[in-house]
Write a protein that binds this ligand. Structure first.
Ligand code: ADP
Length: 543
């Protein structure tokens, strides 16, 4: 049986062509630095993207060469997502929240040839440009300020290019399209390279009805930065189905996001738990009659929300649900494209209680199709899916990276039989729902038993006076390690260590799992992708 299906290669260019033809009139909205909104149609996006690709080819970009972006979320960044691969290049998103030294090092490691940068980020560029010489710097006039000499104007470049005469660079589905560095929270940053094939497969899978379920009629607000694991693939998903996009630009303060949600109500929004926490706390505070923001905001009715990248506390899911907004939790990594698991109620939970549904929603969820997962114990054996046994989470699949740029497949990251070692400790129950108990490095070993910092944080954040909680290990002579809870109280609220411990006991935590000590702090330090940065806390509280 030789005659089966055509061997057509999977390609991002197909998604672009299709969007340009079919969804021409749907809109892409971007918030500019002055907070005004700029609208483009998909028809314009299509022509501008082809013009960018044509200009890059004219500039001599060759197949496989890297073009870095240092941009907020906006329409021109979306054009880079498709235009750079269309020209045969590899889009490398630089994380603007890293230090200048880290950005410069990463650009050098990736050997980026050109850079596309927002004009508002040029002061940052000045601080790392000595570390890596880009051959050309293309400035997107986001704020419209005059350009420094020697740089290219993105808009002039597009205006001078020929979108009609452009021809896609020859490629096959295994050719690279984009690249993203791991954040380095737990080690030196490493480059993960995505291909046409992995991106198209991830886009199809993540868009399935039980997962992101994005439709053409959706209005999508990606708050997750486009430099954080490709905004979880949402730019590709939205273009595949032609959904309306609303980009927040540089304005990620909760007040600004609530203003934008009120002005341009999304049907789907995505971001990390820390941002969603401050969003709901700001909104709930505005409901008090005495608030200076009383009546300023409306949360979109029926909004769906994808939250992940770190554990999503059950209290956060309940707080949004009180306003009719359902949060779907996902787990993933830069290495996994990134969607690996998502939590949604299966038919088996049809008659489950509300509490049981919340409990499941607070788990990382079920593996998406094409992703295999397993739990490996310290003894190298697979752990059973019984909801109790924990082991290192290992994954495998066509959109899981097989190695790192220049670094290959180191043994601490890959098993001899080719699975990715995630560094997460997890359990899976009989129904396939996965729960992350910790990162290997964050687990607290107390008297031979493991204490999950994630469990403690979730329980603490359910206390009405607690805004944020992060738990780390501190050394202990008798027990080897004990938990230290760093707690941020809500403005005007009070809670003592004794009251919090009593609350935790009430939440069925055992006495030996309770924090040994509490530190009441002003804010939990954040990583470059907005997650709790425990490394910094460990430095601050070494004992
Ligand atoms: P970093 O956190 O280092 O910035 P990534 O964005 O790649 O890098 O993060 C991947 C890690 O984030 C995972 O290995 C896991 O520890 C954590 N993570 C992601 N989603 C979840 C989740 N839903 N629950 C708990 N942890 C999560």
């Amino acid at each position: 049986m030789k005659a089966t299906m055509m061997d057509t290669h999977l390609s991002l260019n197909h998604l672009l062509e299709r969007a340009g033809r079919i969804f021409r009139d749907n809109t892409i909205v971007s918030r500019l630095p002055d907070k005004s909104l700029r609208r483009h149609t998909y028809g314009e996006f299509y022509r501008r993207t082809r013009a960018l690709a044509s200009a890059l080819q004219q500039m001599g970009l060759k197949k496989g060469e890297r073009v870095a972006t240092l941009c907020w979320n906006h329409h021109a960044h979306l054009e880079c997502y498709f235009g750079i691969p269309a020209a045969g290049g590899v889009m490398h998103t630089l994380n603007l929240r890293l230090s200048p030294d880290e950005i410069g090092w990463i650009a050098g490691d990736a050997q980026d040839r050109f850079l596309v940068i927002d004009d508002v980020l040029l002061p940052l560029y000045e601080k790392f440009k000595h570390l890596h010489p880009f051959e050309k710097v293309i400035v997107f006039p986001f704020s419209g300020a005059p350009l420094p000499a020697g740089m290219l104007d993105y808009e002039q470049l597009l205006a001078g290019a020929d979108p009609d005469g452009f021809e896609y660079a020859a490629h096959d589905e295994h050719d690279p399209v984009s690249m993203c560095y791991t954040s380095g929270t737990t080690g030196k940053p490493k480059g993960v390279v995505y291909s046409h094939r992995s991106t198209v497969l991830h886009t199809l899978v993540a868009c399935l009805p039980d997962y992101c379920s994005v439709r053409n009629t959706d209005v999508v607000l990606p708050v997750t930065p486009m430099f954080h694991a490709n905004s979880w693939g949402m730019p590709y998903i939205a273009v595949m189905v032609g959904a309306q996009l609303v980009f927040p630009g540089p304005h990620l303060h909760p007040d600004d996001l609530l203003d934008l949600m009120t002005q341009q109500p999304p049907t789907l929004a995505l971001g990390v738990p820390t941002i969603w926490l401050s969003l709901i706390q700001t909104y709930d505070a505005s409901l008090k009659a005495a608030s200076p923001n009383a009546g300023r905001w409306t949360l979109p009715k029926g909004l769906r929300s994808m939250v992940g990248g770190a554990a999503v506390p059950e209290s956060l899911i309940r707080a949004f649900d009180a306003h009719g907004i359902w949060i779907m939790q996902g787990w993933g990594m830069t290495e996994t494209s990134p969607v690996g698991t998502l939590s949604y109620p299966t038919a088996a939970l049809k008659n489950a209680s509300a509490d049981e549904k919340y409990r499941r929603a607070a788990m990382a969820g079920l593996p998406v199709p094409l992703v295999d997962l397993r739990l490996r114990g310290d003894d190298g054996q697979d752990q059973p899916w019984d909801g109790r046994s924990v082991g290192e989470l290992q994954v495998r699949g066509p959109f899981i990276t097989g190695g790192y740029h220049e670094a290959g497949s180191p043994a601490d990251k890959f098993t001899p039989d080719g699975w990715l070692r995630t560094g997460d400790v997890a359990s899976v129950d009989e129904q396939g729902y996965m729960r992350i108990s910790d990162r290997t490095k964050d687990l607290i070993k107390s008297g031979g038993e493991w204490v999950s910092s994630v469990d403690l944080e979730n329980a603490l954040m359910a206390h009405p006076a607690v805004a944020e909680a992060a738990v780390i290990a501190i050394p202990d002579e008798k027990w080897s390690e004990r938990p230290l809870a760093c707690v941020v109280l809500k403005p005007g609220e009070q809670a003592s260590a004794e009251q919090l411990n009593a609350f935790l006991l009430d939440k069925s935590l055992a006495k030996w799992q309770l924090p040994e000590r509490y530190e009441f702090i002003d804010a939990v330090p954040r990583t470059s992708t907005g997650k709790f940065w425990k490394l910094k806390l460990r430095e601050q509280f070494p004992r």
